[in-house]
Design a protein around this ligand. Structure first.
Ligand code: 9D3
Length: 266
């Protein structure tokens, strides 16, 4: 079982979403033990103060170090042994699928959620790593902690029912997924383009499994080439996929040359 301690001043932001979905079921089934710790429970003053003004002046408030140190001491005493402490922070290294895979192999992690202008620098003395989820500004580390927990939890064996779907995942395989369809076979749509019937590619209803497999490979590669060509550098492709990708690139090059020669697009 993997255990995760989350330290926050907004426990409700974490507890409600955790109860639902695949992660909620994993907790119920005992595959995952998540404990949400209210940072204010580790203060010692009457007003349970967790922040203070920055030394040297300036706008905003800084999270005080003592409540965080006390919270980490309590978690270390309860869990036993050295802690892996992950600080969520805009200054952190980027959290990726590779990071999620590494963390999913650990027995226990602590996630520290930042607020205000951030942590007193001395908290980093107790931190193993600092992670950001991307280049956009949020109001705190709670959503990043949930993102990290979600991505890590689904890699813990047994959490996601279908191991095959975890293994075939976009970022494990290095390609975007092919388009998916389910019933009905046609659906009426009223949109900007007017009214029309939307069908399903014939090949998917043909029952020809070799054809379907090839169509899916082609669609996945075409999508990746169009939307995320950067992923193709690291993707591990089989021989058939390499061949299809060469074809798609030739088509693409042909089209660009055609345009350079001044031919109109159809
Ligand atoms: C004014 C300078 N900002 C630092 C770059 C202040 C600041 C902005 C946002 C301080 C804290 C925050 C709150 N964000 C997080 O705690 C956070 C975060 C994010 O905003 N984006 C992506 N990943 C993360 S992980 C934690």
């Amino acid at each position: 079982m993997m255990t995760v301690d989350i330290v926050t001043i907004f426990p409700a932001m974490i507890e409600q979403p955790l109860a639902a979905g695949i992660v909620g079921r994993a907790i119920e089934r005992g595959l995952l033990d998540v404990k949400v710790r209210d940072l204010r429970d580790f203060t010692t003053d009457r007003h349970r103060v967790v922040d203070d003004v920055p030394y040297g002046g300036g706008p905003g408030m800084v999270l005080k170090p003592e409540p965080i140190f006390r919270a980490l001491d309590a978690i270390a005493a309860e869990r036993g042994g050295a802690l892996t402490v992950i600080m969520t922070s805009p200054q952190g290294r980027r959290f990726t699928q590779v990071e999620a895979e590494r963390l999913s192999g650990l027995q226990h992690i602590v996630l520290l959620c930042g607020r205000y202008e951030g942590f007193d620098e001395r908290v980093r003395d107790r931190v193993t790593e600092e992670l950001s989820i991307g280049d956009y500004v949020l109001t705190g580390g709670e959503l990043p902690a949930m993102v990290i927990l979600d991505a890590v939890a689904r890699l813990v064996p047994g959490v996601v029912g279908d191991e095959q779907s975890v293994a075939q995942d976009t970022f494990s395989r290095g390609l975007l997924n092919h388009p998916q369809y389910t019933r009905p076979a046609t659906i009426r749509s009223t949109g900007a383009a007017g009214e029309r019937d939307l069908g399903v590619p014939e090949v998917l209803m043909s029952g020809n499994h070799a054809e379907i497999r090839r169509w899916r490979k082609r669609e996945a590669l075409a999508r990746t080439l169009a939307r995320r060509p950067d992923l193709l550098d690291a993707a591990s492709l089989d021989e058939e996929e390499e061949r299809i990708l060469r074809e798609l690139r030739e088509l693409q090059d042909g089209r660009i040359e055609g345009l350079q020669e001044g031919k109109a697009e159809e």
